[in-house]
Write a protein that binds this ligand. Sequence first.
Ligand code: ADP
Ligand code: MG
Length: 394
Amino acid sequence: MHKKTVRDIEVGGKRVLVRVDFNVPLDKEGNVTDNTRIRAALPTIRYLMDKGAKVILASHLGRPKGTFNEKYSLKPVARRLEELLGKKVALAEEAVGEIPRRAVEQLGEGEVLLLENVRFYPEEEKNDEKFARALADLADIFVNDAFGAAHRAHASTEGVARTIPGVAGFLMEKEIEMLGRALTSPARPFVAIIGGAKVSDKIGVIGNLLSKVDTLIIGGGMANTFLSARGYNMGKSLVEGDKTELARELMEKASQGGVELLLPVDLVVSMAADPGAERKSVPVEEVPPDWMALDIGPESARLFGEAVGKAKTVIWNGPMGVFEMEPFAAGTFSVARALAESGAVTIVGGGDSAAAVEKAGVAGRITHISTGGGASLEFLEGKVLPGVAALSEK
Ligand code: ADP
Ligand code: MG
């Protein structure tokens, strides 16, 4: 990686501001229901503690829209982090100003302070220069370990790095290396599987990957638009009528570039997106007028699995069906298992895809599951992430 990391700088005795992604789900009582994101930041935090840094953590949580809201307080996160570290974590009730300044003064080497939600301030999302400087004033060095927020140019992800030097944390480094290597020097055959609800969400990703992959597999709701562009009647399926022309162009681009494009050959159709509704598998040319496609069929799953089996690199973004409902999850789980069983470097990006791999019980057998939904998508689109661009070059 061409960006500096925590390994490249001296941190002992320094005040280090670490932007982490502690945007975790909470239940009604305010308990953290999934601590994956907190655990993902531990290697960087522990490294800095071990090196004797004064660790100041900053994060957002939810969308409080620029005002204090108890519901989005990082208090429960501080408690959970304390449990995971086995060490006290102080919480500063303000992210900037006198309160954190004093808390930092009292912070010893190897100790951890968590700043309250940076999105309690409207200046955060506006990337306000003064607010960014106020954050930067708390520290000597900035470490960005929040890959999941790196696609946003906010004060705590981008602005601070203009005042104090910024380097990448271990999670950030791993994300950039895994995703970056797949895009720039993938072991071949390189297969991308794109799914999810809509073509419009993934135009950029498909466009960018088309010039890099050997095989592009399209499934999920967006496959309907491609199938419709090929002239199939999709019944009541989700089809983006205004995107069929684009789908045609993408298919044309694939064939000109010598990219193998795989679409579903059969589908699981139902009268309604309802687990109780009647359903059946049909070939793509036989979707009944009143039915809708909610998953890929077994023959498609077999075909897609075969392509994955031959691959050396696989990128997967977007479920193959409405996997949240058990009757329409088979296609998605089948692809998840194919990734787990393949000898390829396998990378999963996207919030729902990561959840699907987890639900399929194969998360431990995937090479890299990106922690950044929107960020990984923008990275795969070939965009420069502002939070990464702001970090110091090696
Ligand atoms: P990711 O978060 O991994 O990037 P997306 O958000 O793009 O994935 O897509 C996930 C959503 O797509 C899921 O909620 C799923 O129910 C929906 N989906 C998948 N297939 C279909 C389909 N055939 N019809 C309607 N929705 C679908
Ligand atoms: Mg999603």
